[in-house]
Design a protein around this ligand. Structure first.
Ligand code: GSH
Length: 208
């Protein structure tokens, strides 16, 4: 197996945290997103969507979404489970992934990609040009703020995001929170439950 990644970016980081927690090592190849390597012919053959992470299996099969990569590896390496062991916890992890993607990742990406010159005509990842819509920055920020409030409400009486044990949903949420801080939309101090949860999860992360 081989993992195509660009370690500093949010979706690759989701897989990296998962691998680190389980102690799995997979050969990695960095795809320089800043230098445009995702659009080069070599990588495009692996993933025509031109995004990372990508897990390439020994028979050439590719998985191009962080959640699918983690689920597949969970089945191969069941130690230190991150999808829980009950069907309901597993369902909650997938449900949370769908929620996070639409209500946090994409709004944060909208706020970033519709503003910066570096993303001109690249407002959405992928090989086709997509023009920026400057108004989407403000809407993205508003939705990120709403997500922070929802997360704080959700954490009332809960130690973990999905069910009563640590799951991938916690790591993925941590990655989103760091991403929102990167776009200068940190979690407001008054959202104490989010801050307490963040400290708890950060303390569990393997070093590095
Ligand atoms: N659906 C994919 C999305 C992957 C994705 O959007 N990755 C970003 C990095 S976080 C990317 O590769 N962007 C390419 C670009 O900006 O051109 C997943 O869940 O992993």
């Amino acid at each position: 197996m081989k993992l195509y990644t660009f370690d500093s970016e949010p979706n690759p980081r989701r897989v990296n945290l998962f691998l680190a927690w389980k102690g799995i090592e997979i050969p990695k190849q960095q795809v320089d997103l800043r230098g445009g390597e995702q659009f080069g012919a070599a990588f495009r053959t692996a993933n025509p969507r031109c995004t990372v992470p990508v897990l390439e299996l020994d028979d050439g099969t590719v998985l191009c979404d962080a959640i699918a990569i983690c689920w597949y590896l969970e089945r191969l390496f069941p130690q230190r489970p991150l999808f829980g062991s009950e069907p309901l916890t597993q369902a909650r992890v997938f449900s949370w992934d769908a929620y996070l993607t639409s209500e946090a990742f994409l709004p944060a990406a909208d706020a970033l990609r519709n503003r910066h010159e570096a993303f001109k005509d690249r407002a959405v990842p992928g090989p086709e040009p997509v023009a920026q819509i400057p108004e989407l920055e403000a809407r993205g920020r508003q939705r990120v703020q709403r997500f922070h409030r929802h997360l704080d409400d959700h954490l009332e009486g809960r130690e973990y995001v999905a069910g009563d044990q640590l799951t991938l949903a916690d790591f993925d949420t941590l990655v989103v929170i760091d991403f929102t801080a990167r776009i200068k939309e940190p979690v407001p101090v008054e959202l104490a439950r989010v801050h307490a949860w963040y400290r708890r999860i950060t303390a569990l992360l393997p070093p590095g």
